[in-house]
Design a protein around this ligand. Structure first.
Ligand SMILES: [Zn+2]
Length: 181
């Protein structure tokens, strides 16, 4: 459940069967999280939050809710752009080089630009929308090549190279960037 608090912004509430009391923590994105015993009614959760304000202000490094909102907004815009672009770009390269995949999924994890599952689902990170086209295309080609090689063997890289002769340079550049927002 997500509460919207006027001071702390979005607060992620997790009901946890093993929790004995209420615990507050801050996620990597700077959001406040609350873990509460299962079956805690909503009004009590709000009461705990209100009575813990001083402690939270003093102890927890919460990011400015306005910053959170800006980030959420940027993510939404990027998701919209990605949805209108990445699946079509993937389809374009798949047709061009004769690959068949099952599904295209869009993700926004902070660590991977893309992945390819054994069930032939290709996942692409929406963060690709902020990198140069050549790098974006390289990720797509990389994941398509995984349809034939589920590893990073020499045969895999040879296939990538046949579609993108600057792949080494592209791989290196991507390593210096982060898909997170
Ligand atoms: Zn790979």
């Amino acid at each position: 459940m997500i509460l919207t608090d006027p001071e702390f912004g979005e607060v992620v509430v997790r009901r946890n069967g093993l929790a004995r009391g209420v615990r507050f923590s801050v996620s990597t994105s700077g959001r406040l999280s609350m873990s509460v015993p299962a079956h805690t009614p909503n009004f009590l959760i709000k009461k705990y939050l209100n009575s813990s304000r001083d402690m939270i202000r003093e102890k927890l490094p919460i990011k400015d809710p306005r910053e959170q909102r800006t980030r959420d907004y940027q993510k939404k815009i990027m998701m919209k752009k990605a949805r209108e672009y990445l699946p079509y770009r993937l389809e374009y390269f798949a047709k061009l080089y004769g690959y068949t995949y099952d599904k295209c999924r869009l993700t926004h994890a902070n660590t991977r630009w893309g992945s390819c599952s054994s069930r032939r689902t290709i996942s692409l990170n929406i963060g690709l929308m902020k990198v140069p086209e050549a790098l974006r295309d390289y990720v797509i080609i990389h994941e398509l090549a995984h349809l034939n090689h589920m590893d990073h063997s020499a045969a895999f890289w040879a296939e990538v190279a046949s579609h993108d002769k600057f792949y080494k340079n592209h791989e290196k550049k991507l390593k210096m960037l982060s898909p997170g927002l």
